[in-house]
Design a protein around this ligand. Structure first.
Ligand SMILES: [Fe+2]
Length: 287
C-alpha cells in the first residue's frame, strides 16, 4: 500500500474497496491466476481533488516551469506542450482534454491510475504495454517542497511529457519488456540502475548545453538547479555499461549523473541490451 502521510493528502481518492482490490492484485501480480495487469488500475476519481489540491498543483507548476523553460530538454518541453499540461488544473487522465487523448495520437502511450506503489514485476508489465502506472494523489500543501514518494506532480509533470516523443516512447517500452523478461539478480540490479540514471535522473546535451530530462530532476525544485550548477555533481557521459555498474542511493541529491548525447543513443543502447537479455532468456528456456 502507499504509505500514510500526515497533512492533507487525499487518501479518500485511493483507499476505497476498489483501490484496495487493485493494490492487492498488483502485489500478487505474477503468481498463478494474477496475470492481467489492467486489474491493478483504478479510476482517477477527479472530483475527489480539493481546491487546496488544485492550488498545490498551480504553485508547483508555476515554480518549476519558470526554471525548466530554459533548463529542460526541448524534447521534454515540446512533450509538455503536446499533451497540453497547464498550470490551471491537475491533469485529467481520461476524457476529451486528458493527457491520454493527446498521447494516444502521438505515441500510443497511456497513463493509468494506480492506488499506490507497484512491485517491480507489475511496474514492468505496465511499461511493456506502453502504459505508465500513475499516482493520482498530490502532495499536501505543507509538504510542497519535498515528498519522499511519487505523487501526480512527479508522475505526470515529471515523467509523462517524454512519453509524447516517439524515440523515448520506444525506449521505455523496450526497457519494460526486457525488465519483465529478466529474472536473474544480475540483470535486475543493472536495469534498476539504468532506470535511475536515465528516466529518473538523466541529463542530456542539447545545443551545446546540458539540460534536464529525468523526472526526479524535472519535478524537484531543489535538485533541478543543483544537478546543473553544483560543483559537487560529477556529470559523466552516458555509457550503458558504465551506468549499469554504478550504484546509487536514494535519500540525498545525486552526486553522479549521466549525460546523453541524444535520446537515439539511449534507445539504441537499450535495444542492444534488450536483445542480450531476451537471447539469454530464450537459451535458458531451451536448455
Ligand atoms: Fe519517477
Amino acid at each position: 500500500m502507499a504509505s500514510k502521510m500526515s497533512g492533507s493528502l487525499n487518501h479518500a481518492m485511493i483507499d476505497g474497496p476498489k483501490g484496495r482490490a487493485a493494490q492487492d492484485y498488483a502485489n500478487r501480480f505474477g503468481q498463478p491466476g494474477f496475470d492481467d495487469i489492467t486489474k491493478a488500475y483504478i479510476d482517477q476519481n477527479y472530483a475527489g481533488y480539493t481546491e487546496e489540491n488544485q492550488e498545490t498543483w498551480r504553485i508547483l507548476y508555476d515554480r518549476q516551469m519558470s526554471y525548466l523553460s530554459d533548463h529542460a530538454s526541448n524534447v521534454y518541453l515540446s512533450g509538455a506542450r503536446s499533451i497540453k499540461l497547464v498550470r490551471d488544473w491537475i491533469p485529467y487522465l481520461e476524457g476529451p482534454k486528458s493527457v491520454n487523448t493527446f498521447l494516444q495520437q502521438l505515441t500510443g502511450w497511456q497513463s493509468k491510475a494506480v492506488p499506490g506503489y507497484l512491485p517491480a514485476k507489475a511496474f514492468f508489465a505496465c511499461l511493456a504495454r506502453r502504459e505508465f502506472p500513475t499516482t493520482i494523489v498530490i502532495r499536501p500543501k505543507e509538504s510542497i517542497d519535498y515528498l519522499p514518494e511519487p505523487d501526480i506532480f512527479h508522475d505526470i509533470f515529471g515523467h509523462v511529457p517524454l512519453h509524447a516523443d516517439p524515440v523515448f516512447a520506444d525506449f521505455l517500452q523496450t526497457y519494460g519488456k526486457a525488465a519483465l523478461t529478466a529474472d536473474d539478480p544480475y540483470h535486475t540490479e543493472r536495469l534498476a540502475r539504468l532506470f535511475w540514471f536515465t528516466v529518473e535522473f538523466g541529463l542530456i546535451r542539447e545545443d551545446g548545453r546540458t539540460k534536464l530530462y529525468g523526472s526526479g530532476l524535472i519535478s524537484s525544485p531543489g535538485e533541478s538547479k543543483h544537478s546543473l550548477t553544483s560543483k559537487d555533481v560529477d556529470r559523466r557521459p552516458f555509457d550503458l555499461e558504465t551506468v549499469c555498474a554504478t550504484s546509487f542511493e536514494i535519500d540525498h541529491y545525486q552526486p553522479i549523473l549521466y549525460v546523453l548525447e541524444s535520446f537515439e543513443q539511449l534507445r539504441d543502447a537499450m535495444d542492444t541490451y534488450a536483445r542480450r537479455i531476451l537471447d539469454e532468456a530464450a537459451r535458458k528456456a531451451a536448455a
